[in-house]
Design a protein around this ligand. Structure first.
Ligand code: GDP
Length: 530
């Protein structure tokens, strides 16, 4: 493929993830987006929740039992001239490092907010990761068909709590619970168009919308229109108009009011993604040099998933392509080991659906089968050597010791822990006092522990005993400070497999006290997920 053709393929791609709190409507929005792109015939076919048709992978019993999807997958569809990659973030109330890793694979995020609830804890956490990574954020205020808060109040909350300036592209006509349509804001906040929605049965088909001229809108909707127009003016007066540069820099966020359930505002989101969201760009390597998208193939592994399919017991590594054209069957180099890796089995995975990928371009997500050597953060490339920086490990907040239930299984147990550690399923911490029989597991979310014990049971036939530890905070320290820290009450020092020395504290008061009393000790925050 010529460089020009590759550049064109790349420029039409949009890769994003939805960040939200459980129940904000992520699954519903995903269905609605796919519906608009006509990849599925009728809404309701994607995410397995009670009462809906389930197509989500059933790779672990706990998933089924809880009706949640632990797997991250990618949905690809075309919209107008664009190819859109929606990378799924696990949507359960608990979360793990996987959720955060997904955000290293996307170029933009859609922050989905429930109109009645506003910003919720998990949304805030995920937003902080977006900010940290400089990912531009589009805001969708969902469930506008139901009673909720006032439109500008929700925007104020975003300014006040996260310092992001919302710049609505559309404003709702009709208050929450009485969603009639959208006012499209033109230059200087002047109304440019009225998009009037008509309901369909259960939102199962694409919502018909009618475009009305501003003069007709005022006549038709009367006060609801006047209110929206006034709100638009108010926003302009405070400088809340879209500015592409500020959006890409992560300072402002275009806002759309929507009802994912009724498919209202979903087309507007697709348009916003295609028109405003960034196309894949160069990625900085470990030597601070950018890898241009038109360079030979390179990719970053952002997630490894084992045992997704109980029939196959396979291991899938998901990579995001950074540069070049990917062709199935090509032999790539694994930068971490220098070894070749054959890509005979390359897939796209969405829920239980798997299909073979023959070619892919920057921004696309491809699953590689039997990728035993690959771990999240690893680099693959051809021809021109490159290595991308590792994915940061997030600050763990949950700690537990794990040991084999029976002495006889010790060898398998150690091997299994090493394997899960290499896959970055959980962080493994050790110190001399505790020895190797009972290493400490450190996780961002407690569900990571369940994944560990379940996999030890099913894949390695090792029964284990997990005991939670009463630590809640980890700080990075160094060998020089380790000895003194270890002598403090409520503190224990460990070495993580990557060599980082961590001090665990029982609570934040303990940490504050020690920071104050022993200011000469090194105690640095880890990359915070919270
Ligand atoms: P997720 O946990 O974020 O994936 O949320 P779901 O998509 O499963 O939605 C949670 C609940 O909110 C479900 O009962 C949905 O039917 C409902 N829901 C989602 N979007 C809307 C919406 O736009 N309007 C209303 N009224 N309900 C919605």
């Amino acid at each position: 493929m010529s460089t020009a053709a590759l550049a064109t393929e790349t420029a039409r791609r949009r890769t994003f993830a939805v960040i939200s709190h459980p129940d904000a409507g992520k699954s519903t929005l995903t269905e609605a987006l796919a519906l608009h792109a006509r990849v599925i015939a009728e809404a309701g076919a994607i995410h397995g929740k009670a009462g809906r048709r389930a197509t989500v992978s059933d790779w672990m019993e706990m998933e089924k039992a809880r009706g949640i999807s632990v797997s991250s997958t990618a949905l690809q569809f075309e919209y107008e001239s664009c190819v859109i990659n929606l990378v799924d973030t696990p949507g359960h109330s608990d979360f793990s490092e996987d959720t955060y890793r997904v955000l290293t694979a996307v170029d933009a995020a859609v922050m989905l907010i429930d109109a009645a609830k506003g910003l919720e804890p998990q949304t805030l956490k995920l937003f902080q990761v977006c900010r940290h990574r400089g990912i531009p954020v589009i805001t969708v205020i969902n469930k506008w068909d139901r009673p909720g808060r006032a439109p500008l109040e929700l925007l104020d909350e975003i300014v006040d709590r996260i310092g992001l300036t919302p710049t609505p592209l559309y404003l709702p006509v009709g208050s929450a619970g009485d969603f009639r349509g959208l006012l499209r804001r033109g230059p200087d906040g002047l109304p440019a168009e009225y998009i009037r929605f008509t309901r369909t049965a259960g939102g199962a088909t694409i919502a018909p919308e009618e475009s009305l001229a501003v003069a007709d809108a005022a006549e038709r909707e009367d006060e609801a229109w006047t209110t929206a127009a006034e709100e638009s003016e108010l926003l302009s007066a405070t400088g809340q108009d879209h500015d592409q540069e500020l959006f890409l820099a992560g300072h402002t966020s275009p806002v759309i009011y929507a009802s994912a359930m009724l498919n209202f505002g979903v087309r507007q989101l697709l348009e916003t993604l295609t028109r405003l969201a960034p196309a894949p760009g160069p990625r900085i390597d470990v030597g601070d040099r950018p890898r241009p998208v038109t360079d030979p193939f390179s990719a970053v592994v952002f997630k490894v998933q084992a045992g997704m399919d109980s029939a196959h017991r396979d291991r899938l590594a998901f990579m995001r392509i950074v540069s070049g054209e990917f062709e199935r069957g090509m032999v790539v180099t694994h930068a971490q080991t220098g070894r070749p890796f054959a890509t005979k089995y390359a897939l796209t995975v969405f829920g239980r659906e798997r299909s073979t990928v023959d070619t892919a371009y920057p921004g696309d997500v491809v699953g590689l089968v039997n990728a035993t050597a690959l771990a999240p953060g690893d680099t693959l490339y051809v021809e021109r050597k490159v290595q991308f920086p590792p994915i940061p490990s997030f600050a763990p907040e949950h700690f537990a010791t794990i040991r084999a239930a029976s002495q006889g299984k010790y060898k398998q147990f150690r091997r299994a822990i090493d394997q899960l550690d290499a896959e970055r399923v959980v962080q493994v911490l050790r110190n001399d006092a505790r020895g190797d029989a009972a290493p400490v597991l450190a996780a961002v979310g407690p569900m990571q522990f369940e994944v560990v014990t379940a996999r030890l049971h099913t894949e390695f036939s090792v029964e284990t005993r997990l005991e939670p530890l009463a630590y809640t905070i980890a700080r990075r320290t160094d060998a020089g400070s380790a000895g003194e820290l270890d002598r403090q009450r409520g503190v224990e020092v460990f070495t993580r497999t990557d060599g980082v020395v961590l001090a665990l504290f029982s609570d934040k008061w303990r940490l504050q006290y020690i920071t104050k009393e022993l200011p000469h000790l090194t105690l640095e925050p880890l990359v915070a997920a919270a």
